[in-house]
Design a protein. Structure first.
Length: 251
């Protein structure tokens, strides 16, 4: 069974939020029933390219450093995930979504029932020169010792392939990132996939994994094993990519 799941994982194309270098994992790092909530992350955020500059910005006064990929073109919108029911104003029809967010309310309908869930719904928008790439993810928060981590899992609500004949070929892998929240913004450090790969290939850690036909490593370790790894290495800065800062956009 695990070989079939890994083959499906190799075929899947929906791993990515933009946390480059992350190694995908079959399992998450959040223990069910022990999810954390921090509603300070709610709202609309813009990626800056200066980790020390987390001052609020406005849509009419954006101040970021110039780069090949403008950070202002990457927008993060965090909402509280919920089980929602949408209805017409006259109550003639309704539709329910077990996992949704207010932004998914269909035109002409309103939210009539809402049951909050213990995690968040992220809409990540990357505005490129030729296209606008929108990714939806579920984001779980967890504490490991004195560190906070985000667990990202794609939620392809608009992906018709997941409803088709080969829907079982898609496995929605997890990626992880350290984070902290202040009144000024959110700091995020995604895990350094190259460093983790080096540890694994040099047999410096025993973290269950598989290597696909392209030579890519896919983590198959359990939640408990992943948390044990992060407990040991969380204070090692080599574990992380450079810190990114999300600044709030006031509208």
């Amino acid at each position: 069974m695990i070989q079939m799941r890994l083959l499906a994982l190799c075929l899947a194309t929906i791993f990515v939020l933009g946390l480059t270098g992350c190694i995908p994992s079959i399992h998450g790092i959040v223990i069910p029933g022990e999810e954390l909530l921090d509603d300070r992350i709610l709202g609309t955020w813009m990626l800056t390219d200066d980790a020390s500059d987390s001052n609020p910005v406005t849509s009419g006064d954006v101040s970021v450093n110039e780069s090949e990929d403008n950070p202002e073109d990457m927008i993060w919108v965090f909402e509280r995930a919920a089980s929602l029911t949408f209805s017409n104003s006259d109550g003639s029809s309704s539709t329910s979504m077990p996992i949704a967010a207010p932004s998914l309310c269909p035109p002409g309908m309103e939210i009539t029932e809402s049951k909050p869930l213990p995690y968040y719904f992220l809409t990540h928008t990357d505005l490129t020169e030729k296209d606008t790439i929108t990714t939806n993810l579920l984001v779980y928060l967890t504490a490991i010792d004195d560190h906070l981590f985000m667990d990202f899992q794609p939620y392809p609500i608009r992906e018709n392939a997941l409803l088709g004949r080969f829907s079982t070929n898609f496995v929605l892998a997890h990626t992880f990132a350290w984070f902290s929240v202040t009144d000024d913004g959110i700091s995020i450090k995604s895990l350094n996939g190259d460093y983790i790969e080096e540890l694994i290939r040099n047999r410096r850690i025993r973290l269950k994994h598989e290597i696909n036909g392209n030579g890519d490593i896919i983590l198959t370790a359990s939640t408990e094993e992943l948390r044990g790894f992060l407990t040991k290495y969380a204070n090692n800065e080599e574990l992380y990519d450079l810190k990114e800062t999300l600044a709030p956009i006031y509208q």
